[in-house]
Design a protein around this ligand. Structure first.
Ligand SMILES: [Zn+2]
Length: 343
C-alpha cells in the first residue's frame, strides 16, 4: 500500500513536469493518452494494481487513485484551454494587418528622354498638319542611296559609315529612304514627317552607331524656299521658345538643291556665346533644302509640276540640348538613375 501511494506521488510529480513542457496540441494529446488511456494509461495501470492489494487497503487506495485521476483530468483540461487560446492568438497575429502602415512603392516606369523628345517634335509637326510615316530600317541600296541621288562614288557610301548587310542591302544611314517610299505610294500634295532609327559606323561622346532622326518632306505645287524657312522658324520657336532665332547657311546634300545648314540661336546663352555654342552664339541643328528634281524623276513625279522641301534632324542632338546632356551614350546605357530623371 505504501509503495503504491509513493508511486502515485511520483506519477503526480512526473505529470506536472511533463505538463509544463507541453507546447503543442499534439504533445498535449500524447500526454493525455499516456495518463488516461483506457488500455495502457498510467491511471489504468494503477487501477490494475489496486486489484492486487489487500482488501482493507482498497477503499483508501482507490480514493487516492481517483484523486490522482481527477487531478490529471482537471490539469489537462486547464492546460488544453491555455494551449488552444495561445494558438488562436498566434493565428490572429498572423492574420493581423496594420492598415496604417505606409505601402511599398513599386518602381514606376517612365518614358525614355528620346521618346519624350521625339513625341514633342511629332506633336509640333502634327499641329502644323503633317502626317507621320515610317519605313524599313533594313533597306535596299536603291532606296537608301541611289534614288536620293547618292552615286556609288559618294563619300556617304564609304564602308566606314555604312553597315552593309549584303552588297545591295544596308542598315539605313538616314530616314531619307522613307521619303522615297512615301513619294512612290502617295500623290502630292502632302506633308509628312518620318521619325526612326538610323545606323552609322561611328561612336564617341556625340555619336552612336544607332541614333534617331526625324525627316520632313513637303511636296506640292508652288512650294518655295520661303515655305521651308517659315516652317522651320515656326518649329524652332515651338521647340525652344519664342526667342529662338533661325540662321541658314548654304550647304550641300545630294538630294536637295539648294541646300542649307540650319542653326538656331544658342538656347543656353541666347546668342551671347558660351561653352555649348563654342562662343559662336549659334547651334547647328538641322539640314534642309529644296527637293532635287532628279529625286522627283526617280519616283515618277513631274518636276515641272511639283516642288517640295525636305529637312532632317537628330533626336539625340535636340534631347542633349534640351536637357543639357553632354554624352550621347547616357541615352543607351539604360542606367535607371539617369532615366528616372525624365518623368
Ligand atoms: Zn551659347
Amino acid at each position: 500500500m505504501k509503495q503504491v501511494l509513493e508511486k502515485i506521488e511520483e506519477y503526480k510529480k512526473q505529470f506536472e513536469e511533463e505538463l509544463n513542457k507541453i507546447e503543442s496540441l499534439k504533445a498535449f494529446e500524447e500526454l493525455r493518452v499516456k495518463y488516461l488511456g483506457r488500455k495502457a494509461g498510467i491511471v489504468k495501470s494503477l487501477l490494475d494494481l489496486l486489484r492486487t492489494v489487500d482488501r482493507e487497503f482498497k477503499p483508501k487506495l482507490g480514493q487516492e487513485i481517483n484523486k490522482f485521476k481527477v487531478f490529471v483530468e482537471q490539469s489537462l483540461k486547464e492546460a488544453g484551454e491555455t494551449i488552444k487560446k495561445k494558438q488562436q492568438e498566434l493565428e490572429e497575429k498572423k492574420k493581423f494587418f496594420d492598415i496604417t502602415l505606409p505601402g511599398f512603392k513599386g518602381l514606376e516606369g517612365g518614358k525614355h528622354p528620346l521618346t519624350i523628345t521625339r513625341e514633342l517634335i511629332e506633336e509640333i509637326f502634327v499641329s502644323m498638319g503633317y502626317d507621320i510615316a515610317s519605313g524599313p530600317e533594313v533597306e535596299s541600296d536603291w532606296y537608301n542611296f541611289e534614288a536620293l541621288g547618292i552615286p556609288k562614288t559618294h563619300p556617304a557610301r564609304d564602308t566606314q559609315d555604312t553597315f552593309y548587310i549584303s552588297e545591295d542591302v544596308v542598315l539605313r544611314t538616314h530616314t531619307s529612304n522613307v521619303q522615297i517610299h512615301v513619294m512612290k505610294t502617295r500623290k502630292p500634295p502632302f506633308k509628312v514627317i518620318m521619325p526612326g532609327r538610323v545606323y552609322r559606323k561611328d561612336a564617341d561622346i556625340t555619336h552612336s552607331p544607332m541614333f534617331h532622326q526625324i525627316e520632313g518632306l513637303v511636296v506640292g505645287e508652288n512650294i518655295t524656299f520661303q515655305d521651308l524657312k517659315g516652317t522651320l522658324d515656326t518649329f524652332l520657336k515651338k521647340l525652344f521658345g519664342e526667342k529662338a532665332r533661325l540662321r541658314l547657311r548654304p550647304s550641300f546634300f545630294p538630294f536637295t538643291e539648294p541646300s542649307a545648314e540650319v542653326d538656331v540661336s544658342c538656347i543656353m546663352c541666347g546668342g551671347e556665346g558660351c561653352r555649348v555654342c563654342k562662343g559662336s552664339g549659334w547651334l547647328e541643328i538641322l539640314g534642309a533644302g529644296m527637293v532635287d528634281p532628279v529625286v522627283f524623276e526617280n519616283v515618277g513625279y513631274d518636276p515641272e509640276k511639283v516642288t517640295g522641301f525636305a529637312f532632317g534632324l537628330g533626336v539625340e542632338r535636340i534631347a542633349m540640348l534640351k536637357y543639357g546632356i553632354s554624352d550621347i551614350r547616357l541615352f543607351f546605357d539604360n542606367d535607371i538613375r539617369f532615366l528616372k530623371q525624365f518623368r
